[in-house]
Design a protein around this ligand. Structure first.
Ligand SMILES: O=P(O)(O)OC[C@H]1O[C@H](O)[C@H](O)[C@@H](O)[C@@H]1O
Length: 529
């Protein structure tokens, strides 16, 4: 990629206009700086982008080979070079007649066969034909998993609560015993099904929680009941079997599905149990529609690409360190946490695909909470703090409670008001000369708007963000599909466990040794060796 285009973007950003002046100068700004795709509206007019800067960013995208890289992903090329893997979460929602080859083999029939299997299982749990050891239906399902094996199903199950007509769902992720204990306290072992979800089936948190859950169940119902009350989701089928799970209760997926991209696979089993097979297929179909949009829409009107270009403009052009994810949708209360993993684990990288230090800032800090709650908490800093934080709003035209329509009007009014406040601000004279009441304004926001948060829309919103992350990574020339940054802490935890258990002397710095001493109450700090 030529250095000139990055320089162009940075130069244009250095003289970025005041966003307010762009609206004054152009009555059509909303029409010209918004786009539609797959039934979703993206309004990026409340940013400092101009025709010129957008053109420079589009040049950057073309020079970075975004289209070629995108096609390489969709066709199953080995684009995750550090792990030598294809990246094919899109194959999980591909039409049945598609052909996507991995090592010469079409993976789509396997995907559909597995989908049919886990959806049939989900329906059987919902209908009671897959039953507990006493032959009665399950009333509660506990998903034990962490990271990608937790956040996706937990977030989507919460988001689609109005479609939830199956057993109650619970999610246990943290190795902190509080999480398992607080969940199990409410449950009857005789009515509870556990899903152990782990791509690798080695993740220590999940294996520890699964072992303790198994013990809880066996203690109440006897060892023989365990088989009826457990199922598993993993790529490591042999390890599931070794845990004692029957083959017809093990649902696989493939190494070309990253954990944070896996909700479309059998990792989505809890979602399917909650909302049923038809709604789950609608969720996949929504994502497929966004995939088609991403694959075929010109870059100028391509929602994920535009979202990525705005992201790069804010991060690299203007140097903003963070992005706030602000869904005005209470059911998206785990959306920011979900996107945090999707975005920060994908694009929190400091070397290029070739292993050289990156020349540009990469993924920003991602955080957020649903509106209107966030307004009464951290928006203060967003409006008057010293950092500019681009805000990314999400809002539906309709809620799911027509009898409470007045709430939704208020929700929309609040969402629009926040964006307007960020844009317009309040001058010193408007603030009656009181500097504490001044809002600088000229603070950027985007909004993604949709008709209603139904299963298809949920699929579209996730796929939109997945492809945004992909496009940003393509522009930065980083590998979005590995996550080596999580390894070191895991290794050190394994090494420190015997020290914490008092079986080994502290092989550590004096701070670690002092803390072990305090936390284990052994008096004097063990000396580093
Ligand atoms: O599904 P698992 O193999 O248990 O992995 C769960 C999670 O743990 C890891 O630490 C990774 O950082 C995540 O990407 C992954 O989703």
């Amino acid at each position: 990629m030529s250095q000139t285009d990055w320089t162009d973007v940075k130069n244009l950003a250095a003289s970025a206009p005041d966003i307010r002046s762009l609206f004054t100068a152009d009555a059509d700004r909303f029409t010209r700086f918004s786009a539609h795709g797959a039934g979703i509206l993206l309004d990026y007019s409340k940013t400092s982008l101009t025709d010129e800067s957008l053109a420079a960013l589009l040049r950057l995208a073309r020079e970075a080979g975004v289209e070629t890289k995108r096609d390489a992903m969709f066709t199953g090329e080995i684009i995750n070079i550090t792990e030598q893997r294809a990246v094919l979460h899109t194959a999980l929602r591909a039409p049945a007649n598609a052909s996507i080859l991995v090592a010469g083999r079409n993976v789509v029939p396997d995907v559909w066969e597995t989908l049919d299997r886990f959806l049939t299982f989900a329906e059987a749990v919902r209908g009671g034909s897959i039953a507990a050891s006493d032959g009665k239906a399950f009333t509660d399902v506990v998903n034990i998993g962490i990271g990608g094996s937790d956040l996706g199903p937990a977030m989507v199950t919460g988001a689609l609560a109005p479609y939830h007509d199956g057993p109650h769902l619970h999610f246990v992720s943290n190795v902190d015993s509080a999480h398992l204990a607080d969940t199990l306290r409410e449950l009857d072992p005789a009515r509870t099904l556990f899903i152990v979800a782990s791509k690798t089936f080695t993740t220590v948190e999940t294996m520890t929680n699964a072992g303790s859950a198994r013990h809880w169940l066996a203690k109440a119902l006897g060892e023989d009941a365990v088989g009826a009350h457990f199922c598993a989701v993993s790529t490591a089928l042999d390890k599931c079997a070794a845990f004692g799970i029957a083959p017809d209760r093990i649902f696989g997926f493939w190494d070309w599905v990253g954990g944070r991209y896996s909700v479309w696979s059998s990792v989505g089993l809890p979602v399917a149990i909650a909302i049923g097979a038809t709604n789950f297929r609608a969720f996949l179909a929504g994502a497929r529609e966004m995939d088609e949009h991403f694959r075929t829409a010109p870059l100028e009107q391509n929602l994920p690409v535009l979202l990525a270009l705005v992201g790069v403009w804010h991060r690299d052009g203007l140097g903003y360190p963070a992005r706030a994810i602000l869904p005005y949708d209470q059911r998206l209360s785990r959306f920011a946490a979900y996107l945090q993993q999707l975005d920060m684990e994908s694009n929190g990288k400091r070397v290029t695909r070739e292993g050289e230090p990156v020349a540009h800032a990469t993924g920003p800090l991602v955080f957020g909470e649903p509106g209107t709650n966030g307004q009464h908490a951290f928006y203060q800093l967003i409006h008057q703090g010293t950092d500019v934080i681009p805000c990314e709003f999400y809002i539906a035209a309709q809620g799911h409670e027509p009898e409470l329509a007045a709430h939704h009007d208020l929700l929309i009014a609040n969402c629009l008001a926040q964006m307007q406040a960020l844009l317009l601000g309040r001058t010193l004279s408007e603030a009656g000369g009181n500097p504490h009441r001044v809002f600088p304004g000229n603070r950027p926001s985007l909004v993604t708007a949709y008709e209603k948060l139904d299963p298809a829309t949920m699929g579209k919103l996730i796929a939109l963000y997945e492809h945004r992350v992909f496009t940003e990574a393509a522009l930065w020339n980083i590998n979005a599909f590995d996550q080596w940054g999580v390894e070191l802490g895991k290794e050190l935890a394994t090494r420190l466990l015997p020290v914490v258990e008092g079986k080994q002397k502290a092989a550590a710095d004096s701070s670690t040794a002092g803390l072990v001493s305090f936390l284990r109450g052994s008096g004097a700090a063990p000396q580093p060796v």
